[in-house]
Each structure stands twice: as structure tokens, then as C-alpha cells.
Design a protein around this ligand. Structure first.
Ligand code: CUA
Length: 173
């Protein structure tokens, strides 16, 4: 588990814990038999305060994690190595299938049919991913590989009954 996954796991666990506590408190409050108007007002105030706490927490969680999601970088770079990726149910065609490390690689994608997801893995860890839109729309991503080796490509968008077979490998030297 890398640092990002750890942060996400811890924060989501805390979020689930808070949700469970809130749910239990709500269930207990609705079961209360003797509810005078004073008690109802007190509970309403309590619920409102909790709603603010939960909403604030979710916003903080979103702000803390959104920039760490492993989406690819689409900005233009000079002197990039170019790789054309064609996606088709249920295979990847990657030309060329080998690049050099330490120099930006611009991947240009097109799909011949439906939407696919281009997920790049190194040693079973997701490095980055990008959506390959359905036929007719272009997509590109720029990535610099720091480590030589064999990278695995997995389709990360359910694209049909053999989606799970849509994988390939990619060499970085
Ligand atoms: Cu292509 Cu799933």
C-alpha cells in the first residue's frame, strides 16, 4: 500500500466510522419515547451541528485527496516520444511498444468502438489511468517513466464481456 492509498483508506475509514456513529445516534433519537418540544429542539440543534461537522469533514477529505488521484497529465510538452494507442474490444494496439525512461512520452489514444480505460501498472501498482473515449473522440496523456522495466496495461472501464482480457505490456528501457 502506497502513501496515497494509506491516506485514502484512513480518511475513508474515519468517515465511515463517523457515519455509523451519526446513524446510531439518529436511530436512538427517533426511538426516544418521551419527546417534549424542548427535547425535540435540543435534538434538532444536535443534528444540525452534526450535519455541519460531517459536511465540513467531507469537504476537507475531498480537498485533501482530489489532487492525489492518479489521473494522467494532459499538458503539452516539447521533445516528447510519441506512442499511438488504439483500443478495440478486447485488445490494445500500442505503437511503438517500447520507449526510453527519463523522457516524456505522449500517448495519443483512439478507440475503434466503445469507451475504454487505459491503466498503467508497475509491479502491480497503478501508476496512472486515463479514459479512452468512444470512437470519434481523441484523448492524450503525457507521462515520464522514471524506471526501466515492463509495465502492464489493464483496461479500467467495463467495455464488454471480455473486458478482463484487455491487457498488454509496455517496455521502458
Ligand atoms: Cu476495454 Cu474494458
Amino acid at each position: 500500500m502506497n502513501r496515497t492509498q494509506l491516506v485514502i483508506t484512513v480518511l475513508y475509514s474515519i468517515s465511515v466510522l463517523i457515519s455509523v456513529v451519526v446513524l446510531v445516534l439518529l436511530l436512538r433519537s427517533t426511538r426516544a419515547r418521551h419527546r417534549g418540544t424542548v427535547e425535540e429542539r435540543r435534538l434538532a440543534g444536535f443534528e444540525n451541528r452534526w450535519a455541519v461537522v460531517v459536511a465540513t469533514f467531507l469537504v476537507v477529505l475531498l480537498a485533501a485527496t482530489i489532487f492525489q488521484t492518479p489521473y494522467g497529465d494532459t499538458k503539452q510538452v516539447k521533445n516528447a516520444q510519441h506512442v499511438n494507442v488504439t483500443a478495440q474490444q478486447f485488445a490494445w494496439n500500442i505503437q511503438p511498444s517500447a520507449v526510453r525512461a527519463g523522457k516524456p512520452v505522449e500517448f495519443n489514444f483512439r478507440s475503434l468502438d466503445v469507451q475504454h480505460g487505459f491503466g498503467v501498472y508497475r509491479k502491480h501498482k497503478l501508476l496512472f489511468q486515463i479514459q479512452v473515449p468512444a470512437a470519434g473522440q481523441a484523448q492524450r496523456v503525457v507521462h515520464t517513466f522514471d524506471h526501466p522495466g515492463t509495465y502492464e496495461i489493464l483496461c479500467l472501464e467495463f467495455c464488454g464481456f471480455q473486458h478482463h482480457l484487455m491487457r498488454a505490456t509496455f517496455r521502458v528501457s
